[in-house]
Design a protein. Structure first.
Ligand code: AMP
Length: 417
């Protein structure tokens, strides 16, 4: 048996990389006032249909939908923004605090064609800010995610930025787009011919050369921006400039979800091949109201954790996890006697291991080497009689005898944690 197509097991190394990224995320984003939120993995199907838009690829093709025995229509979440909005509305969270910041992490599900970096169950880290339409929300939240990524030193990252307008100016652009595409309909690929009728903005995303040739001749959406949209966008750019954050203006950038208004952005990596987007997001000032909540401007992004961890693994950018101390015993009775000391060392923050099977000295040492233990504590008969252990520094190949009672203090000194 194998895991289902497009899904995968995260084995020890990858789990460790996920843990490291996730714990750094909680620490980093709490500095900006973000709090974690966890919502159910499935929701009522209507939430995503209403929130994401029924003409989007996600809703029309990619949702894992199911009808329960009781007749409920449920869907495994394909993204979490709609769920977070639902939770905000359901718990009336804006009544207590009208400026809310959340981060979330967890698996999402989309029935897509699997390929490198694209899975059917994948993981996102995301952030959402509710309650302000100030362009500084974009600036601060984009800065927050870039500084979150900065310790990982990912090369070749490009921030792409656009404004997709709002209900005051986008309709005119969409009408223009449809009209122009109608006159060139013979040159469009099948997908674009369909999108032209159902979700025309998505045509801008097409990679087909013939479609690109048509699109490149058209006016960009910025020609249609209202003064409000333009002012907002310029303020976002000014804020990023002030923080010396470089970006590329991309008039063709649109997002796969219908709810975006005004600012849309993506972070791409030159090292990810066809699936180059590390994260994407934007402003969604109408979504909370669309889902039945109060009129609430909002902004957010979602980052693909599988892609981030993939980039880090490829660059070996994460530290290895070495046990601090590996015990080698010659007798089983010693092991039992040492259990309290092992517990004390672990309570002091050290990772401590031993080979439960207690084979020969050689086989235990082999395991210590395989795990790349930093130190070994050898407990033979002589050490037992003298109440000591032989502490071997595995990197320096030096050793010394240490009284058992002093071991926690010595470890604290030589291997601070
Ligand atoms: P989206 O929710 O489509 O805006 O995607 C946000 C981010 O999630 C993307 O930039 C990717 O890094 C990641 N992502 C989206 N879909 C997948 C997938 N099928 N497999 C892996 N990562 C994905």
């Amino acid at each position: 048996m194998k895991s289902a197509k497009g899904t995968r097991d995260l084995l020890a190394d990858e789990c460790r990389q996920f843990q490291q990224v996730e714990s750094w995320a909680l620490q980093h984003f709490s500095r900006y006032g973000f709090q974690e939120i966890r919502t159910p993995i499935f929701e009522e199907t209507a939430l995503f249909v209403r929130g994401i838009g029924d003409e989007t690829d996600i809703v029309s093709k990619e949702m894992y939908q199911l009808t329960t025995k009781g007749g409920d229509e449920l869907t495994l979440r394909p993204e979490m923004t709609a769920s977070v909005c639902r939770a905000v509305i359901q718990h009336n969270l804006l009544a207590n605090d009208d400026l809310l910041r959340f981060i979330y992490m967890g698996p999402m599900f989309r029935y897509e064609r699997p390929q490198a970096g694209r899975y059917r169950q994948f993981h996102q880290l995301g952030a959402e800010v509710f309650g302000s339409d100030d362009p500084l929300v974009e600036v601060e939240t984009i800065e927050a995610v870039l500084s979150f990524l900065s310790p990982f030193q990912l090369p070749n990252l490009t921030l792409r930025l656009n404004s997709v307008g709002d209900s005051s100016d986008r309709p005119a652009y969409l009408a223009y787009l449809r009209q122009e595409l109608d006159t060139h309909s013979g040159q469009l690929c099948q997908d674009c011919t369909r999108r032209k009728e159902t979700n025309v903005l998505r045509v801008l995303d097409c990679k087909n050369e013939a479609c690109r040739a048509v699109l490149d001749r058209l006016h960009p959406i910025s020609t249609f921006w209202s003064t409000t949209t333009r002012d907002h966008f310029e303020a976002v750019c000014r804020g990023l400039d002030r923080l010396s954050i470089s970006y590329v203006l991309d008039p063709m950038l649109v997002r796969g979800l219908d709810y975006y208004t005004r600012t849309a952005f993506e972070l791409q990596s030159g090292e990810l091949g066809a699936q180059s987007a590390v994260l994407g997001g934007g402003r969604y000032d109408n979504l909370v109201a669309t889902l039945g909540g109060p009129d609430t401007p909002a902004f957010g992004w979602a980052l693909g954790l599988d892609r981030l961890v993939g980039l880090l693994a490829a660059r070996k950018a994460l530290p290895e996890q070495r046990p601090h101390l590996f015990f080698i015993f010659s007798q089983r009775e010693q092991l039992e006697e040492f259990l309290p000391l092992l517990a004390r060392l672990r309570a002091g923050g050290h990772s401590v291991q031993f080979d439960l099977r207690l084979g020969s000295f050689k086989s235990q040492m082999k395991r210590a080497n395989r795990l790349q233990a930093r130190y070994c504590a050898i407990v033979g008969e002589r050490e037992c009689q003298g109440g000591t252990v032989t502490l071997k520094d595995m990197d320096q190949s030096s050793q010394r005898e240490v009284p058992q009672d002093h071991l926690p203090a010595v470890m604290k000194e030589v291997c601070p944690c």
